[in-house]
Design a binder for this molecule. Structure first.
Ligand SMILES: C[S@@+](CC[C@H](N)C(=O)[O-])C[C@H]1O[C@@H](n2cnc3c(N)ncnc32)[C@H](O)[C@@H]1O
Ligand SMILES: [Zn+2]
Length: 381
């Protein structure tokens, strides 16, 4: 047996040698930041709602997530911790007693639970092994207006385009292997979710979305109405076109790509990705609220959480995709100048420029690739 301390809770799990879906009860210490950020995000959602919330932790594992939500978030009416694995359910029961956390415990397939509890939960947390794709349809059926959907995806190689076919199969979207493939993957995940929910006359507002280590996590607020869902798809679903030769990229709205397309800068063939979410991923006021409640919480990953949230806050309002200075410089056959200097040069010219949370050498800017190359040359010489 192992004892785990996270936030203000202590849980017991069967000992394991390797983090694996084959372990009797799944626990991944590398997901602590995911759980810390979730506590902050759901707390912020509850604060905005100004009423008590009902949370469903559908893939509870050891119960650590749901128990933390019950004890670390203020204004919680109830937490349901569910898992299909009977051994996990035994541990959820033990761990909830150990922490004096009153959680409702069930052992059901997440899809059936969602179908049976339509319009009940204010927060639905989907944290499965690998892809969340087989559970989004039931979430679309079940979610109520003004609720929050939290989704984890650990199949990043599919979303990032290492393998094309699994992404097409699971997310009905063509991925793109580029320097910004992690952001692109987040956009595929959000786009797929919004398209699936639209069948149920629901639309989304992305409050927070990030990619970290080996997973992606999104927090979407749900709205209802056919006309609003149509409008949201028109405004936010589209394609990213990318030139592998000169690194030019551009966006277009719509459900189908316009092909073939030539790069307007170098005449090369434009590659594409989508359909995906080309709208906002980050909500500045939501993230600011999360940062404000950080000091009130006991979190082991406080420093990492703050660093990530600050980067995400800056990304709000910036255009999709980002540039990697090293990639550009290798194309230009020069060594990369300091990132800070390039950013300052762009700012002096009046461009907006921030770092991407996805990559230490990535910058988001409203300057074009041509303007960026010009700035790099100026800094270099
Ligand atoms: C990645 S783990 C969850 C980890 C947990 N949320 C945490 O933060 O520690 C996925 C869990 O989903 C459970 N599971 C797999 N398929 C399921 C299904 N169809 N319905 C409900 N639970 C399922 C597994 O038994 C496993 O415990
Ligand atoms: Zn080009």
């Amino acid at each position: 047996m192992m004892t785990i301390n996270e936030g203000i809770v202590t849980v017991k799990i069967p000992s394991f040698h390797k983090i694996s879906s084959k372990a009797p009860v799944f626990y991944n210490p590398n997901m602590e930041l995911n759980r810390d950020i979730s506590v902050l995000a759901i707390q912020q959602f509850q604060k905005e709602k100004k009423s008590k919330i009902k949370i469903a932790d559908l893939f509870a594992g050891s119960g650590i997530r749901g128990i933390r939500y019950r004890l670390e978030i203020e204004g919680v009416e109830s937490v349901l911790a569910n898992d299909i694995n009977p051994v996990a359910v035994e541990f959820i029961e033990e761990n909830s007693k150990l922490n004096n956390a009153p959680v409702d415990i069930t052992m059901e397939d997440a899809n059936i639970l969602l179908r049976r509890n339509r319009g009940i939960f204010d927060v639905v947390d989907i944290d499965p092994f690998g892809t969340p794709s087989p559970f989004i349809e039931s979430a679309g059926y079940s979610l109520k207006k003004d609720s929050l959907l939290c989704v984890t995806a650990t199949d990043t190689s599919s979303l990032c385009g290492t393998y094309k076919n699994p992404c097409i199969r699971k997310y009905n979207a063509v991925p793109l292997k580029t320097e910004y493939c992690h952001e692109n993957g987040l956009r595929i995940l959000v786009g797929f979710t919004s398209l699936t929910l639209a069948k149920y006359k629901k639309y989304i507002k992305s409050r927070l979305a990030y990619s970290s280590q080996h997973y992606m996590r999104i927090y979407l607020e749900i709205g209802k109405g056919a006309a609003k869902a149509d409008k949201s798809l028109k405004e936010n679903i589209g394609f990213i076109y990318h030139c592998h030769n000169c690194l030019y990229r551009n966006l277009e709205h719509g459900m189908l790509p316009i092909l073939p397309k030539k790069c307007p800068k170098c005449g090369g063939r434009l590659d594409f990705s989508g359909p995906l979410w080309i709208g906002e991923l980050e909500d500045e006021s939501f993230i600011k609220g999360m940062i404000r409640s950080l000091p009130e919480k006991t979190l082991n990953k406080k420093k990492e959480a703050l660093k990530l949230l600050k980067l995400l806050e800056e990304e709000a309002g910036m255009p999709p995709t980002f540039y990697d200075i090293h990639k550009i410089c290798s194309k230009m056959r020069i060594s990369a100048p300091p990132l800070k200097k390039v950013m300052e040069n762009l700012q002096e010219k009046g461009f907006k420029v921030v770092r991407s949370h996805c990559r230490a050498t990535g910058i988001k800017t409203n300057a074009s690739i041509m303007e960026l190359k010009k700035s790099i040359k100026e800094v270099y010489s």
